[in-house]
Design a binder for this molecule. Sequence first.
Ligand code: ADP
Ligand code: MG
Length: 252
Amino acid sequence: RSEAEAQRQKMEALGRMMGGVAHEVNNMLQPIALLAQHLLDAGLAQGEAREHVEVVLDCSLKARQIIGDLLTFSRPATRLAQRHAAAALMQDALRLVRPALPAGIALVVQIRETLPDVAIERTVFAQIVLNLATNAAAAMQGSGRLSVTVEPMPSALPIEAPSLAGGLRIRVIDTGCGMDRVTLDRAFEPFFTTKPVGQGTGLGLPMVYGLVREAGGSITLQSQPGIGTAVTILLPPAPPEEMPAHGHHPGH
Ligand code: ADP
Ligand code: MG
């Protein structure tokens, strides 16, 4: 518990710092992308110059993607999320995941029919799933099976976390390279990545961790090198819907 709290505070401090930097850098990337796009659209760059401008545009868009991640990561917490049907949330998220998966990866989806509603923003949920799927795809290097399951929390689970009782269990399982002990231990650490420079920020899982915690949930990793990785997310059920006020008139 207190370790999780310390982790959360570190994350918040880091988030505030990165938010500031991200805004500044974003302001500078904006004209780079726009002007490069303008050079291309107006036909002002030809031949080799055109190719160079295309590289500039491509890199500036990639940089903006990374900055976008940073901004999400550092956005202020504690907004009250609306309740959503879990199946619809996952279908929404998968609409983003499908086009991002290489053709050699089979997506196997199991969404149980009766599920509790959860209180989490649609975009936040999608971001979580997309991040996990992106990691899984990278670990599978173009071929394998990505299975996504959504089911009610098994009743045996939540003894140590009573607020999760009656909640939702989401699992994202891949047949990728898996993680060795060190990677598994450090996977949630901000900036920890095993990917080459330019391919990983090391902020995906810390961000996912922060978003899941913010929604009152928990996340665990299981991994076997050479076999694959399973990410399990537990989300608490949405609080009961408020009863319409009835026969009670404060004031007067
Ligand atoms: P990034 O993807 O930018 O490296 P993440 O925080 O998303 O950063 O992940 C951190 C590290 O955890 C990755 O570099 C990788 O080594 C490991 N990892 C995450 N997800 C998986 C997965 N599904 N399979 C194997 N390794 C993973
Ligand atoms: Mg990642």
